[in-house]
Design a protein around this ligand. Sequence first.
Ligand code: FES
Length: 272
Amino acid sequence: MSAPAKVSGGVAGPSRARISARTLRTDRWWLPPLLTTLGLATFVVYASIRSWVRTAYWVDQYHYLTPFYSPCLSDSCVPGSSHFGTPIGELPMWIPLGFLVLPFLLGFRLTCYYYRKAYYRSVWLAPAACAVAEPHARYTGETRLPLILQNVHRYFFYAALIVSLINTYDAIAAFHGEGGGFGFGLGNVILLVNVILLWAYTLSCHSCRHITGGRLKHFSAHPVRYRLWTLVSRLNTRHMQLAWTTLATLMITDFYIMLVASGTISDLRFFH
Ligand code: FES
């Protein structure tokens, strides 16, 4: 049975039909928002724990570095894991070793058009589903603080491009054999798939689509930008799937490296 609507404005405003039930829907409309919340919460909890524990994030034998600790730029990083040096001194335990990029990655995902839709509906219930009254009395959209800040998404996109380049470097540096030289194993496959999907997610961004093809009056006069825009648009149709897939591949990559780094399993080696 649906709970009665508690609001006085919004859907209960004077211009709306007088319906006391929150919704007349009888299907399981609450299931998608529930699954979305659980999915997002799983990632947030996992990523937070792993970012703070400071253990099993680097496999020295094969040069595997988990994306949650990249780039590792402090003296607190285990030897070998700092691909770009250690310009930062020791960090106190409450600061994650990947602290430099984590705010940008978080900002990129939080302001992502797809995730906005996902958490506005599932966490903020605004509205939770079609034909289900939201519990909020007023709707101001993204026209004022704090939600107007969602407009900085484009700048987080630029930061995400740099992070993707760093992750690409890590994935290439991981083709490292046990005694030095070239080598690859299952960890490389996982790192590579993760970084390819991260690029696909980043380049399928709505801001990227606007950057490549926006504000053009005549596509015919800009054939290169038109071509890029066409490619990004094609990827963009998969943005939601890529948003979820990359959350999964980030966790799988980190989890696999954690298992190998902690000695729980051995890396499946294909060469050296
Ligand atoms: Fe999702 Fe830009 S819209 S990452």
